[in-house]
Design a protein around this ligand. Structure first.
Ligand code: FAD
Length: 310
């Protein structure tokens, strides 16, 4: 069995693996896709010490860094189930999709998240060609341009406020008759001169030409009339879904499906820790995930030296 088994090979899982292996403990890592979400981004320019890189290059660096250490890497393997130890200090079982099982005294869950899609024509076609999901990451690419934000919840309104300071104009579309974000955020948004808000508006299509977004079509739900806006970018902000479905009820999760962790990355199950976008940690960013991964690994090590093996 392993002493630490990490599930996930994104920034959180990679940082956890590096920290665990450097303690000289038996470390394993199962990942469906090494690198995680960063594989899907072109530019990364907010990781301290790396002024600029791209997603695939950064993912390759993560893997090379982990491979510098003795870590048993099981790439392209998916975890289907986690079975807690029968008693504290016992072995936790991780079952794989391929039927295999692994056992470990501690497990670090770092399975990340995925952005919820709006599922309209044009979204898939123009992903990374004007359709974006992360305002902190891609906002600066639309400097001086017109963009839309789909979603009037907290993340949508925060994104719109953030973007309004960078881009020329922001159109916000909320499906429901009312904005769902906190009143203070909505008030702030409404005070901005370069923002237009449409509530009760259903996005129907993201249009483009020559491989780039050039507009968005929507329907006013109250009277069924169609409308369109010319723009160069669309930020989809209708939720981030954590990859935690496989945990079912074994580990406590929030109403959004995020694994509930404390400041040390501990979950409610002894020996099970979690880090990164799959958890309740605020702000889903590479640097935050990597920091949380190192915290979880150090906490797992602390657990191992304090908890007698059952
Ligand atoms: P992830 O990167 O999501 O990694 C999760 C890992 O778990 C993957 O290896 C996945 O394959 C694996 N996994 C999931 N489920 C299972 C399972 N059941 N079994 C086994 N393995 C599993 N952040 C920035 O800081 N700067 C940026 O510029 C930036 N740009 C972004 C652009 C895009 C398009 C996207 C989508 C995100 C961007 N982000 C950016 C956010 C950043 O990518 C995430 O915050 C970060 O990757 C989270 O790291 P993580 O390790 O928690 O999860």
């Amino acid at each position: 069995p392993y002493e630490v088994l990490i599930v996930g090979g994104g920034p959180a899982g990679a940082a956890a693996a590096i920290y665990a292996a450097r303690k000289g403990i038996r470390t394993g890592m199962v990942a469906e896709r090494f690198g995680g979400q960063v594989n899907d981004t072109m530019e990364i320019a907010n990781y301290p010490g790396i002024p600029e890189t791209n997603g695939p290059a950064y993912a390759a660096q993560l893997e090379a860094h982990v491979r510098n250490y003795e870590v048993d890497i099981m790439n392209t393997q998916r975890v289907a189930e986690l079975v807690p130890a029968a008693e504290t200090g016992g072995l936790i079982t991780v079952k794989l999709d391929n039927g295999g099982t692994l056992q470990s005294r501690t497990v670090i869950l770092a399975t990340g998240a995925r952005w919820r899609n709006v599922n309209v024509p044009g979204e898939q076609e123009y992903k990374t060609k004007g359709v974006a999901y992360c305002p902190h990451c891609d906002g600066p690419l639309f400097k001086g341009k017109d963009v839309a934000v789909i979603g009037g919840g907290n993340s949508g309104v925060e994104a719109a406020i953030d973007l309004a300071g960078v881009v020329k104009h922001v159109t916000v579309l909320e499906f429901l008759p009312e904005m769902k974000a906190d009143a203070v955020l909505v008030k702030k948004l409404k005070s901005l001169p370069n923002v237009t808000i449409h509530t009760n508006a259903q996005t129907t299509e993201i249009t483009g030409a020559a491989g780039k977004v050039n507009g968005l079509k929507f329907k006013h739900r109250a009277d069924g009339t169609d409308a369109s806006v010319d723009l160069e970018g669309v930020f989809v902000q209708i939720g981030l879904v954590p990859n935690t479905e496989f945990l079912r009820t074994t580990v406590e999760r929030s109403k959004f499906g995020e694994i509930v962790v404390d400041a040390r990355g501990a979950t409610n199950v002894p020996g099970v820790f979690a880090a990164g976008d799959c958890t309740t940690v605020p702000y889903k960013q590479i640097v935050v995930a990597a920091g949380a991964g190192s915290t979880a690994a150090l906490s797992a090590f602390d657990y191992l030296i304090r908890t007698p093996a059952a």
